[in-house]
Design a protein around this ligand. Structure first.
Ligand SMILES: [Mg+2]
Length: 133
């Protein structure tokens, strides 16, 4: 599978890569704007991401805004109803406001709270049928 890892902190990107690289090819973005651009390019290139793991707190454009824009791109390109990406928000901000915003306004599939662990990621990958082992 193709995976887009989005986080402004290098260490967080590397941690996610360490966990996810055995399940697919990982690309990276360091802020929301890069994520939106990378997502759009991949879609236009015919290589859409199966999974996006996205931090919320980032400079330039935060994860909430990027999430909304990515879902908008999916609607406009016609894949929203057929093959939308699974998007997990990865956040230290486990507040009701942020979670509600991500789910109901942004359309994320799920969220994972920091610190990210192998167990948390594997649980979600299994839940969404991205891995079977
Ligand atoms: Mg951050």
């Amino acid at each position: 599978m193709r995976i887009l890892i989005v986080d402004d902190q290098f260490n967080n990107r590397m941690l996610l890569e360490k966990i996810l690289s055995r399940y697919g090819t990982c690309d990276f973005a360091a802020n929301g704007l890069e994520a939106v651009e990378t997502f759009q390019f991949a879609l236009e290139d015919g290589k859409p991401y199966d999974l996006v793991c996205m931090d919320i707190m980032m400079p330039v454009m935060d994860g909430q805004e990027a999430l909304a824009r990515i879902r908008d791109i999916e609607v406009k390109s016609g894949v929203a109803s057929t093959a939308p990406s699974i998007i997990f928000m990865i956040t230290a901000l486990d507040t009701e406001e942020q979670v509600v915003k991500a789910f109901f306004r942004g359309g994320c599939n799920d969220y994972i709270t920091k610190p990210v662990t192998l167990a948390k990621i594997l649980e979600k990958l299994r839940e969404y049928g991205l891995i079977t082992d």
